[in-house]
Design a protein around this ligand. Structure first.
Ligand code: ADP
Ligand code: MG
Length: 357
């Protein structure tokens, strides 16, 4: 097991900087997830940890030693990719043991490790099959098993569940969480899917355009997003953003107003902004319903029935649109007027820079 520390890590391809000075401290045994939109640099960062990409600047240490110039095979890591990358002409057993075969490990040791990986992943009945005789989920399990057999200090996963259908993805997600509990190894996991990040991670790193936006536990990011980007990325449906203006500031609170909710005072200490500044108020769909303390009126423009809840898109008087998460059996129809209750004590406030106040 090992702690992984990224300090000022940079990566450029020619003139283009894709990783712009990243600092992340991953504790020994922690499950850390890098999440962000496609193209933000997640895979590049993971491949730099793996040693598959050169590091342009900064330092990377694994288990207390700087490994910038160490080849992948000496880093005590194992990586699992989205495309399973298993050998089609070998059985599951041979695929699992391949790394040890190459390393000329004694047969008894290899057999024991393959049996152990097969037990952990409940694959014993499949050991003599070829990959073509396996489902997508089983193939990915073989790839994960091959990583387990190598007994790495750090597991690296790059969107391992993205090729699986939705139901299987949920199952495999739970299996990965159990695998982490059983092995206790350091795991770094890349995904564009914020639900995967929220459910698997001890610690989430939100990336955008090669820059870390925020690092924290799932609930820290959900309840205290550092900026509009994180607020919009974490949580489903996405947080509603309403334009507003600062009407007053004192040492402990900010008064903001707009045409839809009138004026409201949000407890915020030491905000550096001025009266008249444009700001954004963030209200999650699940904090807009019938429980709130502040009424917002509008017209229903879309209704999505999910069974356990109903999502209503509501056009407010100002023309801004919000999504409200209402009870499953709520009586709403498109075109009708609706009064929403916003829980303003749960509102987020973002300054013109996008940073949370
Ligand atoms: P993600 O995994 O978050 O979708 P990547 O790490 O694959 O993103 O890519 C980050 C950025 O780096 C993208 O803009 C991509 O186009 C660019 N990139 C990745 N690999 C190369 C390369 N070999 N040459 C030039 N640009 C690259
Ligand atoms: Mg990627």
């Amino acid at each position: 097991m090992a702690r992984v520390v990224l300090s000022g890590l940079k990566k450029t391809y020619g003139p283009v900087e894709v990783i712009k000075g990243v600092d992340i401290d991953i504790a020994d045994g922690e499950f850390t997830v890098f999440v962000g939109p496609s193209g933000c640099g997640k895979s590049t960062l993971l491949r730099m940890i793996a040693g598959l990409e050169d590091i342009t600047g900064g330092t990377l240490s694994i288990g207390g030693r700087v490994v910038n110039d160490l080849p992948p095979k000496d880093r005590r890591i194992a990586m699992v990719f989205q495309s399973y990358a298993i050998f089609p002409h070998m059985s599951v057993r041979e695929n699992l043991g391949f790394g040890l075969t190459i390393a000329k490990a004694p047969k008894a040791e290899k057999d024991a490790k393959v049996a152990e990986a097969a037990r952990i992943l409940k694959m014993e009945p499949l050991l003599d099959r070829r990959p073509s005789q396996l489902s997508g989920g089983q193939r990915q399990r073989v790839a994960i098993g091959r990583a387990i057999v190598r007994n790495p200090d750090v597991f690296l996963f790059d969107e391992p569940l993205s090729n699986l259908d939705a139901a299987l993805r949920v199952d495999m997600r739970m299996e990965l969480a159990k695998l982490h509990q059983e092995l206790g190894a350091t795991m770094v996991y890349v995904t564009h899917d914020q639900v995967e990040a929220m459910t698997l991670a001890d610690k989430i790193v939100v990336l955008n355009a090669g820059v870390v936006q925020q690092i924290g536990s799932p609930l820290e990011l959900y309840h205290r997003p550092a900026n509009i980007f994180v607020a919009g990325f974490i949580g489903s449906p996405k947080m509603n953003f309403l334009k507003a203006t600062i009407e007053g500031i004192d040492a402990t609170s900010v008064k903001v107003g707009n045409a839809d909710f009138g004026s409201m005072v949000l407890p915020r200490a030491g905000v550096s902004a001025s009266v008249g500044d444009d700001v954004t108020v963030g209200l999650r769909p699940h904090h807009m319903g019938d429980r709130g303390n502040r009424q917002l009126g509008g017209r229903v423009v879309l209704v999505e029935r999910l069974g356990n809840e109903t999502l209503a898109a509501v056009e407010l008087k100002s023309g801004q649109q919000v999504i409200a998460a209402l009870p499953g059996d709520v009586d709403v129809i498109v075109g009708s007027d609706l009064e929403l209750g916003a829980e303003t004590d749960k509102a987020s406030l973002f300054l013109r820079s996008g940073a949370a106040a």
